[in-house]
Design a protein around this ligand. Structure first.
Ligand code: COA
Length: 167
């Protein structure tokens, strides 16, 4: 998988994450999340798990963002476990592109629904997913560290998530 971007310009693309991305992925976890961070060990495990769809956005050779989705075989579902963009690159369309690319990969692997949980106070993430056609399916009271509420969101994946349609 390798797609060149015109939307974000320059030498930019999204590709599968690799073991050598571990350093930047760990930095991204620390920059983007206050609680519920993934450890280096779990990042490493997710990099090699066959059910992982772990993608990075790269600009001029540097990782600028990442998404991890997990395939749930048998139920035709996939779940976005994490999506994050380094703060200097937020608002450039990377979040949207990473989600769309993960949806395309999940669709190609047979998933017909994408789900995720979002903190109720995470306006950027709520805005991102609402704009991409996701809707709330259930509230998750006190789901996060410190008793913070969240919601479960989802979106049906259709043929429009096929890769050709996704450029
Ligand atoms: C959420 C996050 C991944 C968004 O990434 P991004 O690259 O900045 O998002 P994009 O540039 O693709 O923006 C896409 C849309 O998201 C919404 N959005 C992005 N940032 C927003 C903000 N601060 N407030 C409200 N809506 C926002 C907008 O609808 C935007 O569309 P627009 O630019 O046409 O208005 C990024 O803010 C981030 O890394 N946050 C910290 C980690 C995190 O909270 N991850 C989500 C966990 S569920």
């Amino acid at each position: 998988m390798h797609s060149q971007s015109s939307a974000v310009g320059g030498d930019s693309h999204i590709r599968p994450a690799r073991p050598e991305d571990l350093g930047p992925l760990e930095d991204l976890e620390h920059e983007a999340f206050s609680g519920d961070k993934m450890s280096r060990r779990s990042l490493r495990r997710f990099l090699t798990r066959s059910t992982s769809m772990f993608l990075v956005g790269v600009r001029e050779g540097r990782v600028v963002g990442a998404i991890l989705a997990i395939e749930r075989r048998g139920v035709r579902d996939a779940r976005i476990y994490s999506v994050a963009v380094f703060s200097p690159h937020r608002g450039e369309g990377w979040g949207r592109r990473l989600v769309r690319e993960a949806e395309a990969v999940a669709f190609a692997r047979g998933a017909r629904r994408m789900r995720l949980e979002i903190r109720r106070d995470n306006e950027a993430s709520r805005g991102l997913f609402r704009g991409l056609g996701y809707h709330i399916v259930s509230p998750l009271p006190a789901y996060y560290e410190g008793g913070i509420d969240g919601d479960r969101w989802e979106r049906e994946l259709t043929v429009e998530n096929g890769r050709e349609e996704n450029r």
